[in-house]
Design a protein around this ligand. Structure first.
Ligand SMILES: [Mn+2]
Length: 321
């Protein structure tokens, strides 16, 4: 298995193809969607007939990108070439994996180090902070000039996959490409507002409820927040609107562990756990039948809410002793 960029081999496949399918991964994010659309717009400039695929709905924050409404979940037709984009392995294609049988040739462009490189041509570089940077290089090799629409797609991809240029993976190449995007007239302020600052009303209302419930424990090293099912009803909120609220409890200086408990419609309690490294919460989550990453995990307990919170707080206190 070889992890390396192969833009000229991919360019050759593209030149030999007329109909091209591009595929994004399931639960699409900014990188997979922005990368697919930037490549689509570029290939159309070369006169190719391009179709884009993704099993799931595209997030609302990306609806400003050109071509975003053209995503399909399946195809009847055959393609000369399929290019998978930002897809770490075939399972991440979801139901779109059917495309593998509908394409004469297959290729992929990706930046996940765990990629098993199962396509005919694999242009994979785990050092790239976003797949979009590989797409930018691919467009250069194809001789496609950037324009504002392509720049917007690349920016949405790069900014989201680098945590808005904050992750360790962000490198000099990232900013060299950003400077080219700016020269294309990238509407930076407007896109930044939609991608990173705009919040849905139910989320903000729910955040208010959660912050009101914030409590400190264990010498202010642990925080808890909780939301009842009634809070969700009052705020017109869905479970997804509670995503990331737990981080408010963690971002206070001195806090090592944080938990947000929320009551589901069936009375069970979903817990989101967070830790600042080197502390970890995955073992706590696992002890309650859940799982996740060392510093971000989750689990579901039986209600009522107060009892579940008491159980998890007990485990968190023991963890930092
Ligand atoms: Mn990515």
């Amino acid at each position: 298995m070889e992890l390396t960029r192969k833009p000229s081999e991919i360019a050759q496949l593209i030149h030999d193809a007329q109909t091209i399918a591009l595929c994004s991964h399931v639960n699409p994010d900014g990188d997979t969607v922005g990368s697919v659309l930037a490549l689509k717009l570029g290939l159309e400039k070369l006169g190719k007939q391009v179709e884009v695929f993704c099993q799931h709905k595209i997030p609302d924050t990306l609806l400003m990108l050109k071509g975003v409404r053209e995503f399909r979940t399946a195809a009847e037709e055959q393609f000369d070439l399929l290019i998978c984009v930002d897809i770490s392995d075939i399972s991440r294609m979801g139901e779109c994996a059917a495309l593998l049988k509908q394409a004469k040739r297959t290729a992929q462009i990706d930046h996940h180090g765990t990629n098993p490189c199962e396509m005919e041509v694999n242009s994979v570089d785990a050092e790239a902070p976003a797949t979009a940077l590989l797409i930018k290089e691919q467009l250069d090799v194809l001789g496609v000039a950037l324009d504002k629409d392509i720049a917007m797609c690349l920016y949405a991809a790069i900014s989201t996959d680098t945590g808005n240029f904050a992750f360790r993976s962000t490198n000099a190449e990232t900013f060299r490409v950003m400077s080219e995007l700016m020269e294309c007239g990238l509407p930076l302020d407007e896109m930044n507002r939609v991608l990173f600052r705009q919040k849905q009303k139910p989320h903000v209302k729910l955040l208010g409820r959660a912050l009101n419930s914030l409590q400190f424990h264990a010498g202010e090293c642990v925080t808890t927040m909780q939301l009842t099912y009634q809070d969700f009803l009052d705020c017109g909120a869905l479970p997804e609107h509670a995503d990331a609220i737990v981080n408010y409890g963690l971002e206070i200086p001195g806090v090592r562990l944080a938990v947000l408990g929320r009551e589901n419609a069936d009375g069970s309690i979903k817990l989101a756990l967070r830790a600042v490294a080197p502390d970890r919460v995955d073992e706590i989550a696992r002890s309650f039948g859940g799982g996740g990453h060392a510093q971000a995990s989750g689990c579901t307990l039986e209600g009522p809410l107060e009892a579940a919170m008491a159980r998890v707080l007990d485990a968190m206190k023991r963890c930092i002793e």
